[in-house]
Each structure stands twice: as C-alpha cells, then as structure tokens.
Write a protein that binds this ligand. Structure first.
Ligand SMILES: Cc1ncc(COP(=O)(O)O)c(C=O)c1O
Length: 381
C-alpha cells in the first residue's frame, strides 16, 4: 500500500540487491531468446546427449510405462524398474559394485556425507570442492578440516593427526570451475594408509575421463574398499539426477539413513531411463569422450590458456565486472559462455568458463575460440 514503510525483510532484500549491483554480482535465470540461437560453450552437456533421440525415446517410453513422476520416496513406492536399470547401468559404466540414484547430484552429495558424518568422522575437504559438498559437510555435524587445493601432504597430515576413528577425504576428480584434476592414485594410497574413505565427486569426470567411464575407473580404483564416488546425471549423461557409487554395504547404509534419499521423492522415471540410455551410449561409443577432449584442446589453444583436464576450460579475468562485460560481448557475437564470479569461484578469481562438447564441429570450436580470444585480447592462432 502507498505510504506503507517497507518491512524489515524488504528493506534488507533491497540493500542486498544494491550491494550485488554495485559489485557486478547480479545473476539472472531467464530462458534464452529462441529466435537467436547461440553457440553454447556454457552448458555441461559435454557429450551433446541431452537432445539425442535415443535418450528422448527412452524417456518417452518410461513416461508411458511409469508416468510423469515417481509419486513417492524411493523407500515407499517411488522405485521403478527404470531406477533399478539405471543403477545397474551406472555400475557397468563405472565398474563400481553398487549404485544408489538420488534426485540430483546435489542431493547425492548431501545424502552421502550426512549419512557418513557425525562427531566420529573427520571430513577432510579440498579447498576447491563444490558448494554441495561444503553444504553437506556443514549439515553432517562432523569435524571438518579444509586443506589447500590438491595438497596431498596436507591430506596426509590431517588424517595422521586425527582424533576421530573414521575419516572421509572429499575431492572432485575434475574440478568444476578451474577444470584441473585431482591425483586420485596418490589420494587413494594416502586414504588406504590411514584407513580413510576417499569420496570422489565425478560430476565432471564421468562421460569425459577414462574413455567416458570416469577418472576413478581410469585410475584403476573401481571397487577399491577405500574409494567411493558421487555422480551427477545432468552433465555428460544429458539427463537429470545424481548417484552414489561404492560398496553394497555403503548402498545399504544410504538407503536406510540418507535423509535426501528417504525424505525426497524419487527421481522422475523418465530422467532415470534417459540416463540409463546415456550410460549404454557412453560405454558403446568411447570416441565421444575423445571428441570432447579434442574440442577442449582446440578451445584452450585458441584462447591461449593451458588445456585443463576435462571439458571445462577456465579463462581468468581481472574482475567480476570485466567477466560480465566479456560474457555480454560474446553473447552479442553469438557465443554463450559461463561467467563465474564470487561466490561461485573457489579462488575468488572471476573467470569465463568455457565448456567443450563432443557434438560441436572443430570449425565451430575454432570460430568460438577466435571470438573469445578477440574479446579477451589474445591473438587467435
Ligand atoms: C562438482 C559438482 N558436484 C555436484 C553438482 C550438483 O549436481 P546436480 O546439478 O545434479 O545437482 C555439480 C553441479 O554443478 C557439480 O559441479
């Protein structure tokens, strides 16, 4: 009503919005202009599977068989044949003994760390792990020790000095913002030495590393009693959802204790069926992973940055404002790039985040890289 002073909450919302505008940190969630398609270097659809007719057919089949939603928690009546098939396909793809599917990768990370955590479990977190793992650690009520990024000595020291009987070391196989890799064999050896579990978030590894079977598989660590992993189905697998993979005992524990599994409606069967189809494709067509890595290399060379470990190439820029301006200029030139600013950057450095895809032609990737290089002021090759 006119003349009514804003509530304390509204005044606070306004002040927060003003701060975001001043710092160049405003985000928006709006659909793209369909009249003007852009060359997409921002999505995580690394293998271009989200629009693959085989995934769409699998999803449509599941919609007709099971309906539009899972209707209940997986532990009530929300588990369908599509979920069981997906868990089997994920095990086949990654070489892990058991899998449990959640409604998102975020939920999988919250579920596994809260189920394993508590006062008797030390969580050792790499400083660059994803927000979902940081939130999970906070929720778990565990003692938490953050260690410098990719510092294996610091992980060893944290494990050696612990007072808790159990410990979980939490890393990503390929980091989501900087695109660099963890040294999984060395980390697994340290964990084995100190009776700890290495939990690897393979959100950006599955479909890309190890000919698509993930970095844990590529490191020969599948089935190791000291290694478990989490995955998202929403990146290279082109669908939606998440999973935890590891021993049958871990799966059983999660079914009975993971709150984001028990108190959440099961993943939509259509998403489960699409992801299962994606697993079959990734396994049958290892060349897809080769193509995404080759395109990532072209992108890195064209933009004058060192090639990262997977699909994500990271281009640091001076400030959040510069990142926004560059992303807007590239948008005008027809290329969609990720614009990552605090708090989404673990090192506080704003950057353009470019993702390669297997379904882009080399000519398209070269053209996009030249536009990015031009925008950031690097001579194109
Ligand atoms: C490393 C990592 N883990 C987990 C997630 C969350 O996955 P989802 O989008 O399926 O919730 C993401 C997504 O951005 C991620 O990058």
């Amino acid at each position: 009503m006119a003349g009514t002073p804003p509530s304390a909450l509204d005044a606070w919302l306004d002040s927060r919005a003003r701060v975001r505008r001043r710092r160049g940190l405003v985000r928006a969630a709006t659909p793209p202009d369909s009249a003007r398609p852009l060359l997409d270097l921002a999505s995580n659809d690394y293998l271009g599977l989200s629009a693959d007719p085989r995934l769409i057919d699998a999803a449509v089949g599941a919609l007709r068989r099971h309906g539009a939603g899972a209707r209940a928690s997986r532990v009530v009546c929300g588990t369908t044949a599509a979920h069981a098939d997906l868990e089997e396909q994920l095990c086949t793809l990654t070489g892990q003994p058991a899998a449990l599917v959640f409604s998102s990768g975020y939920a999988a990370n919250l579920g596994v760390l809260t189920a394993l955590g508590g006062p008797g479990t030390l969580l050792v977190l790499d400083a660059h792990v994803h927000a979902s793992l940081i939130d999970a650690a906070r929720l778990s009520r565990s003692p938490v020790q953050a260690v410098p990024h990719n510092d294996i000595g610091a992980v060893r020291a944290a494990l050696a000095g612990r007072a808790q009987p159990r410990a979980v070391v939490v890393v990503e196989s390929i980091y989501s913002v900087l695109g660099d890799a963890a040294d999984l064999p060395a980390l697994a050896a340290v964990c084995a030495e100190h009776d700890a579990l290495l939990l690897v978030d393979e959100a950006h590894g599955i479909g890309v590393a190890g000919h698509g079977r993930g970095a844990v598989y590529a490191a020969g660590l599948s089935g190791s009693p000291h290694v478990a992993l989490t995955a998202t189905l929403s990146k290279a697998l082109g669908s939606q959802g998440g999973a935890v993979l590891g021993s049958a005992g871990l799966r059983e524990h999660l079914v009975n204790t993971a709150r984001t599994f028990i108190f959440d409606t099961g993943l939509a069967p259509a998403s489960a069926a699409a992801a299962a189809q994606a697993c079959r494709i990734v396994l049958a067509e290892p060349a897809l992973a080769g193509r995404v890595l080759a395109n990532a290399g072209v992108l890195a060379a064209g933009c004058g940055v060192l090639p990262a470990a997977g699909a994500v190439q990271s281009v640091p820029v001076h400030s959040a404002g510069t990142a926004l301006e560059l992303a807007a200029a590239l948008h005008d030139a027809g290329v969609l790039v990720g614009c990552f600013r605090p708090p989404s950057v673990p090192d506080g450095v704003s950057r353009l985040r470019l993702t390669a895809r297997a379904d882009l032609t080399t000519a398209d990737v070269r053209r996009a890289a030249a536009l990015v290089a031009d925008a950031i002021g690097v001579a194109a090759p």
